[in-house]
Design a protein around this ligand. Structure first.
Ligand code: AMP
Ligand code: GLY
Length: 422
């Protein structure tokens, strides 16, 4: 079996390492992959958004199965192209990927099918949005670009001035391009956040172990929003009772709503949840595995990933018993100095003893046989332990043995989760 994984970050590295455990798979390709992925797969120099080239490569190489991991190619319709060329895929088609591709779509879906979420309004002109801000009496506000914006399209202004600036940034300066041509304003919710990734074939939904992201750049949840500075799994706030409630009020209704809209979702559906005083509500849907959530979730997966992915494709997920390891996982992201703002690249990385951890590469490349930095989030260092305390200790011990100039990581990944367990 030859498998192609589209993407080139930490999430894709975690997927590839897990797929490699399957003996049926003889060769794994990654497009484009990265410096670390090159140790586990054959990297091909095709960007994740170059979906026609990906299709052509897959046909030429007679790829047996393709995993499309990032949001961009999914929303562009990579799965539609590949499936039309006869290549089975894991991932939603274009019609279903809109659940992440358009916030207006997902908010309207939740409203129509009574799925709990923050109340919202849609604005198509800056004038309308400004009138909303001027009339607002309670802050902060929540303003979101409609389309994909590299995870940066959410602005939570604390003051009227900042909110007016946000409208300008999104709708007039078009900081995120056309994705800001429509803006969603939402009710501000509070409560612990939980990420739940779920396998679904459009009939059965199998939630994975829950996780907690750490989005801000600095300790104590200070600093700018990032793609994610670390994760832990399971998320202690997500109890069995809450999980049961989410299955009933959110997961199954979402799958059914997508079917009713003629947009059956097959793949990994990511539920970004907030556990509000009024119950769990959806903050966002993603049409893919989370990054860096995947780097703690997949290491805890006991069942063979490829078997599950094929069942999702074939519509036979109900026949699979998906099992998880006990214990906990912790992933510490090592970022370039300056991230999420300007940062240098091309800096050599040296690896000391990391034997107790799994080092996932996110932003690295090979240059003259050396591994150098090539992105903001550079590595995700994951460890598993019998509990979160042990997982944290092992992850940090390994993280401290990896060096590059300017390296920056949070020292409190998992602290909030540990406090919740007390
Ligand atoms: P996103 O990029 O959609 O994951 O959003 C980034 C972060 O903004 C989320 O993780 C939440 O912390 C926060 N957020 C998004 N929507 C809301 C909301 N309606 N109320 C409060 N916080 C929110
Ligand atoms: N870690 C958040 C995301 O993958 O969107």
């Amino acid at each position: 079996m030859k498998v192609l994984v589209v993407g080139g970050g930490g999430r894709e590295h975690a997927i590839i390492k897990k797929l490699a455990e399957n003996k049926e798979i003889t060769k794994i390709y990654a497009a484009p992959g990265n410096g670390g992925i090159a140790q586990d797969a054959v990297c091909v120099a095709i960007g994740a958004k170059e979906i026609e080239k990906i299709r052509d490569f897959a046909v030429e190489e007679k790829i047996d199965f393709c995993v499309v991991a990032p949001d961009d190619p999914l929303v562009l319709g990579a799965v539609d192209l590949l499936e039309a060329a006869g290549i089975p895929c894991f991932g939603p088609d274009k019609k279903a990927a809109i659940i992440e591709g358009s916030k207006v779509f997902s908010k309207d879906l939740m409203k129509k099918y009574n799925i709990p979420t923050a109340g919202h309004q849609v604005f198509t002109t800056a004038e309308e949005a400004r009138a909303y801000v001027e009339a607002a009496t309670e802050f902060p506000l929540v303003l979101k670009a409609d389309g994909l914006a590299l995870g940066k399209g959410v602005i939570i202004p604390e003051t009227k001035e900042d909110a007016l600036q946000a409208v300008k940034t999104l709708m007039e300066d078009k900081a995120f391009g056309e994705s800001g041509s429509r803006v969603v304003a939402e009710e501000f919710l509070t409560g612990p956040e939980v990420s739940v990734l779920a396998f679904t074939d459009g009939k059965t939904v199998v939630p994975m172990v829950s996780s907690m992201d750490h989005k801000r750049a600095l300790d104590g949840d200070k600093g700018l929003n990032t793609g994610g500075m670390g994760t832990v799994a399971p998320n202690p706030y997500y109890t069995k009772e809450i999980a049961d409630e989410c299955m009933k009020t959110i997961f199954l209704p979402t799958i059914e709503a997508m079917n009713a809209e003629g947009r059956t979702f097959k793949g990994c559906l990511y539920f970004g949840l907030m556990l509000t005083p009024k119950g769990p509500k959806v903050i966002e849907y993603n049409c893919r595995f989370g990054d860096p959530e995947t780097q703690v979730v997949l290491p805890l997966l006991k069942t063979d990933l490829f078997t599950i992915m094929k069942a999702v494709h074939d519509g036979t997920l109900d026949q699979i018993n998906v099992e998880w390891h006990d214990g906990a996982a912790c992933c510490v992201v090592l970022a370039s100095g300056g991230y999420p703002e300007k940062y240098p690249t091309g800096i050599e990385i040296t690896f000391g003893d990391t034997a107790d951890a799994i080092v996932y590469h996110a932003g690295t490349k090979l240059a003259d046989g050396k591994i150098v930095t090539s992105g903001g989030r550079v590595l995700g260092v994951t460890a598993i332990g019998s509990d979160l305390t042990e997982a944290r200790e092992k992850a940090y011990a390994a993280a401290k043995n990896i060096k590059f100039d300017g390296v920056h990581f949070r020292t409190d990944i998992g602290v909030r989760a540990l406090n919740a367990l007390k």
